[in-house]
Design a protein around this ligand. Structure first.
Ligand SMILES: NC(=O)c1ccc[n+]([C@@H]2O[C@H](COP(=O)([O-])OP(=O)(O)OC[C@H]3O[C@@H](n4cnc5c(N)ncnc54)[C@H](O)[C@@H]3O)[C@@H](O)[C@H]2O)c1
Length: 383
C-alpha cells in the first residue's frame, strides 16, 4: 500500500454544501487513487453540538467544534472548507488565511465586492492554496465545451446565452431569513438570484468565453414584504427575485443572462448556448451528461444538432468512473473539484477558480447590481 499525504479537512457548515463536499472527500479516495494527497475528515463545525455530532457520525468526521474560530485555531487542520451562508465567508476566510490554512470557499465569494477584495488580499498575503466551489465547470460535458471552444472549432464567437431558472419562492407566504431561508435575506445573502444563481452562469461564461466588459441589467422583487423568521415581523424584502442582463464580452460577442425564482415549473434549470461562426454549443443541467453541438462543416445532408453523450473514457473525467454509456450526476462535480484541488497541491498551486478568479465574477455581479439600480450601462472594471 502506498503512503498518502494527508490533507486534514475542517468543514464549517453542515447543510446542503456540507454534504456535497463531504461526499466529494469520501469518494475521491476510491476514484482518484493515484493522487499523492488524500483528504482526512478531521473536524466539522456547526453551532449546534448535537447537529455537528450527528453529521460527524454520518460522514465520518473524527471530531466536532461549535465555534469556527476554535476549528481554525487547531494545529491538526490543514484546509478549511467554508460551507456557511454568504455572510460568514469573508470573516472565516480572512481568519483562516491569517492562520495559514488552505481554503476551499463556497460561492459566491462574498456578499459584496468590498468583502471579496478583502478576501483576495488576505489569501494572496498568506499565499495559501485556495479554490472557490463554482463546481459546474467540472461536469464532464461543461469541461468538454471548454475543450471544444479552446480548440477553435466555434471560430469567432457571436453570442453567449445563459439561464438559471427556479420557482420555489413564488408563494407570497413563504417567510424570509433564518435557517433554510437565509437566501431570502439580503443582509445574509448579499443579493438574491444574482449571487445565488447568476454567479454560477457568470463564472462559467468567463471561463468559456473570456471577460465581460460592460453590462445593462434589470432586477425585480415580485413579493415586496415577507415575514422574517428571526424577528417574527413582516419586513421589506431586499433581494432580487429575478435578474436579467445583457453584456459585451471582450472578444466582441454579446451576452444575455436571465435568472429567476419565479419560473413556474423550473426547479434548477441551468442552460447555456454559445453561437460561433462555424459551430454552436448548448448544455442543460437537467440533462447534464449531454453536450449538444452543431457543426456547419458537416455535409449538408447530415447537418443538424448532434447530442454528444459525454460518458466515454477519453472525455473529461470519465475514465475515472464506469464504462462508456453510463452517466454520472451533480455530485460528481464536487468529487472532481476535490480531485483537482488535491492534484494542484502536488506542485503547490491553487485550483481554479481561485479567489482571484472568483473576484472577477464578483466584479460582474457588482456592475449588474449598479446597472439595475441606476438604469444605465456599467463597466465591470469600474465596478
Ligand atoms: N456550489 C453550489 O452549487 C452551491 C449550491 C448551494 C449552495 N452553495 C453555497 O454554499 C453555501 C452554503 O449553502 P447551503 O445551501 O449549504 O446552505 P444551508 O443553509 O443548507 O447550510 C448552511 C449551514 O451553515 C450553518 N451555519 C451558519 N452559520 C454558521 C456558523 N457561524 N458556524 C457554523 N455553521 C454555520 C447553518 O446552520 C447550516 O447548517 C452558500 O454560500 C451558498 O451560496 C453553493
Amino acid at each position: 500500500m502506498t503512503t498518502k499525504k494527508a490533507l486534514r479537512i475542517g468543514l464549517i457548515g453542515c447543510g446542503f454544501m456540507g454534504r456535497t463536499h463531504s461526499n466529494g472527500y469520501l469518494r475521491v479516495k476510491n476514484f482518484f487513487p493515484e493522487l499523492a494527497y488524500q483528504p482526512v475528515l478531521k473536524a466539522v463545525c456547526s453551532r449546534t453540538e448535537s447537529k455537528a455530532r450527528a453529521f460527524a457520525e454520518q460522514w465520518g468526521y473524527e471530531s466536532v467544534e461549535t465555534d469556527w474560530k476554535a476549528l481554525i485555531a487547531r494545529d491538526d487542520i490543514d484546509a478549511v472548507d467554508i460551507c456557511t451562508p454568504n455572510d460568514k465567508h469573508a470573516e472565516i476566510a480572512i481568519a483562516a488565511a491569517a492562520a495559514g490554512k488552505m481554503i476551499l470557499c463556497e460561492k459566491p465569494l462574498a456578499r459584496t465586492l468590498r468583502e471579496s477584495a478583502d478576501m483576495v488580499a488576505a489569501i494572496e498575503k498568506a499565499k495559501v492554496p485556495n479554490t472557490v466551489w463554482y463546481n459546474y465547470r467540472r461536469l464532464p460535458a461543461v469541461t468538454l465545451a471548454k475543450q471544444i471552444i479552446d480548440s477553435g472549432k466555434l471560430g469567432r464567437i457571436f453570442h453567449y446565452r445563459a439561464n438559471f431558472l427556479q420557482d420555489w419562492t413564488i408563494n407570497a407566504n413563504l417567510p424570509q431569513g433564518g435557517e433554510g431561508l437565509w437566501r431570502m435575506d439580503a443582509d445574509v445573502a448579499g443579493s438574491g438570484v444574482l449571487g445565488d444563481l447568476l454567479s454560477h452562469c457568470i463564472d462559467t461564461a468567463l471561463w468559456l468565453n473570456g471577460s465581460i466588459t460592460t453590462v445593462s441589467a434589470v432586477t425585480e422583487t415580485f413579493v415586496k414584504e415577507r415575514m422574517h423568521q428571526l424577528t417574527g415581523k413582516v419586513e421589506k424584502v431586499n433581494i432580487d427575485d429575478a435578474c436579467s442582463f445583457m453584456c459585451r464580452f471582450s472578444n466582441g460577442s454579446l451576452g444575455l443572462f436571465e435568472s429567476t425564482r419565479y419560473a413556474r415549473g423550473h426547479k434548477a434549470l441551468y442552460t447555456f448556448e454559445i453561437n460561433g461562426e462555424h459551430a454552436s454549443i448548448r448544455w442543460d443541467l437537467h440533462d447534464l451528461n449531454r453536450l449538444e453541438f452543431f457543426d456547419n462543416a458537416d455535409a449538408s445532408t447530415l447537418k443538424g444538432w448532434r447530442s454528444i453523450h459525454v460518458t466515454d473514457g477519453d472525455q473529461p473525467y470519465m475514465n475515472k468512473w464506469w464504462v462508456p454509456g453510463l452517466g454520472i450526476g451533480y455530485e460528481h462535480s464536487f468529487v472532481h473539484q476535490v480531485a483537482d484541488f488535491l492534484k494542484s497541491l502536488e506542485d503547490g498551486s491553487s485550483c481554479p477558480p481561485t479567489f482571484r478568479e472568483a473576484f472577477e465574477t464578483q466584479k460582474v455581479c457588482q456592475a449588474v447590481q449598479d446597472s439595475a439600480a441606476t438604469g444605465t450601462w456599467k463597466d465591470t472594471h469600474a465596478a
